[in-house]
Write a protein of this length. Sequence first.
Length: 173
Amino acid sequence: MKGSIVDAIKDLVTENFGREKWEDILEGSGLSRATLFPVMEDVEDETVLRILESLCKVLQLNLKEAADAFGEYWVTVYMPKVYKAYYRGIDNARDFLLKMDSIHSKVTKNIPNAHPPRFGYRWKNSKTLIMEYKSPRGLMDIFIGLIKGVGKFYKTDLKVSKISDTDVEIKFP
C-alpha cells in the first residue's frame, strides 16, 4: 500500500488521541516509535495490517469501528486536503462513488507498484447500487468505511450493507 494510507492513519490518531497513542500503535506493530512513512513510497501490506491491528488494541476499537473512523477521516479530511482535484465537479455521493474506480486508476497511473482496489458497479434499482470490491487484500471493512465516509462528506444518509465477500449494497435516499 502507499504511505499515504499510513500517513492518514497517523494524522487521524494524532489529531484525535495524541502523538503518544500513535507511537504506542507503532511500537505495538513491532516498529520504532519514530518510524516515518513517506506518502508516495510503498508500505508492505503486512505492515499496514499490523498497524491496524495495533490501533484496535491501543484505542480499544474493533476492526469495524476503526475502518469506519478511517473511512470517514480519509474521505472528509485527508483526501480533500491531498487529492482535492478529484472532488471538483462532483456534488453528490452517488456521482463520487461511481467515479471511485476511475479516480483510483488516475491517481495511481504514474505511481510505480501501485495496486489499488478496483470497483465494479451494477444497479439493483434506481436507488440501490451494488459495488464490487476487487482486491486480493480483502479489506472489505475499510471499503465499507470509505463508502460511509462518502455519505458523510456529501451529507447523504447512505444505507451500506455487506452482501458478500466482494459486494456491498448501497441504498440512496
